[in-house]
Design a protein around this ligand. Structure first.
Ligand code: HEC
Ligand code: HEC
Ligand code: HEC
Length: 343
């Protein structure tokens, strides 16, 4: 009983994590973040940084927490302004009482990872003490949209007729097990073995390449079904967000949309903020309900006082980017005024 409870809690925290990861990947994820951290779980490289910090005894001077003491600097402070280049130089050349690590392959090869770890400590995102590896979520799901691999799992479930016995919902019947229950305790290894060797009334799929190659995807799909994160029925692929924005930094395509808005003088009528005036519509409002197709039509065909942009290549080729930019403005995610490219 307590074991089951534990598993349930684990599943819950995984789905919370998935939510967090999905959000993160919508927001700042164009450049890879230096590290990923949630509680005391960190990505693999950062975990390696922590391991090097311990095994190479950086803590013998800087303390296990990195906070140092009268003779050794507090790395939590130092890292605030430390560039990677300076950090590397410090370790390779040594500095004052700190000897050079140029002959220590573990440290030299691990400089990026050490840097990530110490930056995370310094940012307050990584706690002192023991860390574990952050596991990738098995699947991403939002409503009936799932990541590509999981969508593939669903497709295999349908096309290979798993549902002819387990039902299309996975819930089975008197003769065939309810996979929503089975998957709660099914390891990937056991799942694989079951499909490859067959089991009781279920034949072996070892000769079915689609199933064999798709075992990971099937597993992700059925786990998501079993967790209650993926609904029965038709699924679609989780689409990339239209734009990414943080403060006044936006992704490259959206930045291009803003540039076109300015250089092609949309603002001469709709104002530089997009808010329009008595004679020209407020695009922040219009964009709430305009589909991409409707948007395209207005630009290509023109409407009323607004002339057609059909002959303007910059606008025609930039319609997607303009749409992303104006949607972001309309959503309140992108501020008026100058933008920069997200690094
Ligand atoms: C023998 C003690 C000692 C060991 C071991 C040691 N350090 Fe240092 N470290 C120091 C001292 C002392 C300084 C300050 C040097 C100076 O500015 O003169 C320093 C400076 C630094 C700085 C620059 C701090 C700043 O304020 O710019 C970094 C980063 C750093 N150490 C990281 C590490 C890492 C990572 C390790 C392990 C691979 C390590 N240190 C091992 C003593 C040590
Ligand atoms: C011919 C009917 C049939 C088909 C088709 C079928 N299964 Fe099964 N499956 C069964 C039966 C019956 C069992 C129970 C076997 C036993 O334990 O004796 C089972 C067991 C399983 C189990 C283990 C359940 C548990 O409780 O441990 C999994 C997982 C599974 N099937 C997945 C699939 C997938 C995925 C497919 C499609 C690739 C599939 N099955 C196709 C009949 C079928
Ligand atoms: C000459 C002034 C003018 C220029 C330049 C202009 N527009 Fe317009 N735009 C208008 C007017 C006026 C309308 C309303 C047309 C109507 O419904 O009669 C409009 C309508 C729109 C609509 C549809 C709004 C809705 O509520 O359906 C969009 C979207 C739009 N413009 C975007 C743009 C973009 C993007 C640019 C630059 C590439 C641009 N406009 C350039 C005047 C202009």
């Amino acid at each position: 009983m307590s074991k089951l409870f534990c598993i349930n809690l684990k599943i819950m925290s995984v789905s919370v994590m998935i939510g967090a990861l999905v959000l993160f990947s919508i927001l700042p994820a164009i450049a890879q973040p230096l590290y990923k951290a949630e509680g005391n779980s960190v990505d693999k490289a950062t975990l390696n940084g922590w391991n090097i910090y311990r095994t190479e005894a950086c803590g013998s001077c800087h303390q296990s927490t990195g906070e140092g003491n009268v003779s050794n600097p507090n790395l939590l402070h130092s890292m605030k302004n430390q560039t990677k280049e300076h950090f590397r130089q410090m370790l390779i050349e040594g500095h004052g009482n700190m000897y050079s690590y140029s002959g220590n392959k573990t440290v030299v090869d691990g400089i990026n990872d050490l840097y990530a770890y110490l930056k995370g400590r310094s940012d307050g995102a990584i706690p002192a003490g023991d860390l574990t590896e952050l596991v990738q979520p098995l699947y991403k799901a939002e409503g009936n949209s799932v990541d590509k691999a999981t969508l593939n799992g669903w497709n295999i479930y349908r096309t290979e007729a798993c549902g002819s016995c387990h039902q299309s919902t996975g819930e089975g019947n008197v003769s065939n097990p309810n996979l929503l229950h089975s998957m709660k305790n099914q390891t990937k290894e056991h799942f694989r073995q079951m499909l490859i060797e067959g089991h009781g009334n279920m034949y072996s799929y070892s000769g079915n390449k689609t199933v064999v190659d798709g075992i990971n995807d099937l597993y992700a799909y059925l786990k998501g079904r079993s967790d209650g994160a993926i609904p029965a029925g038709d699924l679609t692929e989780l689409v990339q967000p239209l734009y990414k924005a943080e403060g006044n930094s936006v992704d490259k395509a959206t930045l291009n949309g803003w540039n076109i808005y300015r250089t092609e003088a949309c603002g001469s009528c709709h104002q530089s903020t997009g808010e329009g005036n008595v004679s020209n519509p407020n695009l922040l409002r219009s964009m709430k309900n305009l589909t991409k197709d409707q948007f395209r039509r207005v630009l290509v065909q023109g409407r009323g006082i607004m002339y057609s942009f059909r002959g303007n290549k910059t606008v025609v080729y930039g319609i997607d980017d303009l749409y992303a930019y104006l949607k972001g403005r309309s959503d309140g995610a992108i501020p008026a005024g100058d933008l920069t490219e997200m690094k």
